[in-house]
Design a protein around this ligand. Structure first.
Ligand code: B12
Length: 222
């Protein structure tokens, strides 16, 4: 199996590294960590490792969950395995940028625990020279408002992965505007669309982390 396919497979199986006891049949076998290192040593680009190994693995996990082939515990192991791989390529994606272009306040909205996509967006933004203030997951509207007040020029970036938590993005925008805060808002996450962004009054939407960077730059200069 070629290396990127192996990484994809190991994300799906949720096998972090050779010392991980999960899953039983892969115990002591190389995991995502070892395979990402091997791929880097081999000259595979971090971008390919990200899109063709880690992210594509996570998409398969989503499909398997939808088809009832796996359940939440397995999904959690996959998320951990993906995160270990992301951490490895993080320094390469982020690089060493000395010129800061602006600030983005980033958070997953209230009720939502998904943070892989948000973290990826944060990494790409940092790599492009943005200062990122990461509010983490399950972030109440009041926290977005408090931090926005301290950073009136910052862009707010919100992530939601559940259809039930998407509406909390509108709550944040409404709270910002009722507090007279004019921070520009961009949103994303698998169920989010451009039409939804327009409907709730967000200034920007992007479907992936690369586009999030150009969007943030656009919002900064608008
Ligand atoms: C991993 C995962 C989990 C993990 C999360 C671990 C973690 N630390 O994040 C765990 C196991 C905890 C989990 C829990 C649950 N999950 Co879940 N999960 C997923 C899964 C498989 C992958 C998500 C992911 O990481 N994708 C990879 C990243 C890179 O992609 P991304 O998040 O979309 O991000 C990209 C873009 O969207 C965009 N983006 C993201 N955020 C932002 C923000 C901004 C500002 C911008 C500009 C762009 C942007 O850029 C990112 C990078 O390119 C998805 C399936 C899927 N297809 O999405 C289900 C999925 C989201 N989960 C689902 C469900 C139902 C749940 C649970 C309710 C299950 C349960 N019964 O408990 C719980 C909810 C917990 C909660 N309250 O949040 C459903 C949601 C259905 C729906 N329509 O609402 C999905 C779609 C699975 C499915 N097919 O049914 N989950």
């Amino acid at each position: 199996m070629e290396l990127l396919k192996q990484i994809e497979y190991l994300v799906v199986r949720g096998h972090i590294d050779a010392s991980s006891r999960y899953p039983k049949d892969l115990e002591e076998e190389p995991g995502v960590k070892e395979k990402v290192s091997e791929a880097l040593d081999y000259g595979v680009t971090p971008q390919d490792i990200l899109t063709k190994g880690l992210i594509s693995g996570m998409s398969l996990v989503g499909e398997k969950y939808e088809n009832n082939e796996i359940f939440v515990p397995e999904m959690l192991f996959s998320a951990k395995a993906m995160k270990s791989g992301l951490n490895q390529i993080r320094p390469l994606l982020v690089g060493d940028v000395s010129i800061r272009v602006g600030t983005v306040i980033l958070g997953t909205v209230f009720g939502d625990m998904h943070d892989i996509g948000k973290n990826l967006v944060g990494m790409m933004l940092e790599g492009a020279g943005f200062d990122v203030i990461d509010l983490g997951i399950n972030t109440p509207a009041s926290t977005f408002v408090d931090v926005a007040r301290q950073h009136p020029d910052a862009i707010i970036g919100m992530s939601a992965l559940l259809t039930v938590t998407m509406k909390n993005m509108k709550t944040v925008i409404d709270s910002l505007r009722s507090n007279n805060l004019k921070n520009r808002v961009m949103i994303g996450g698998a169920p989010v669309t451009k039409a939804f962004a327009e409907e709730i009054g967000a200034e920007g939407y992007s479907m992936n982390a690369n586009q999030a960077v150009s969007l943030a730059k656009q919002l900064l200069s608008a």
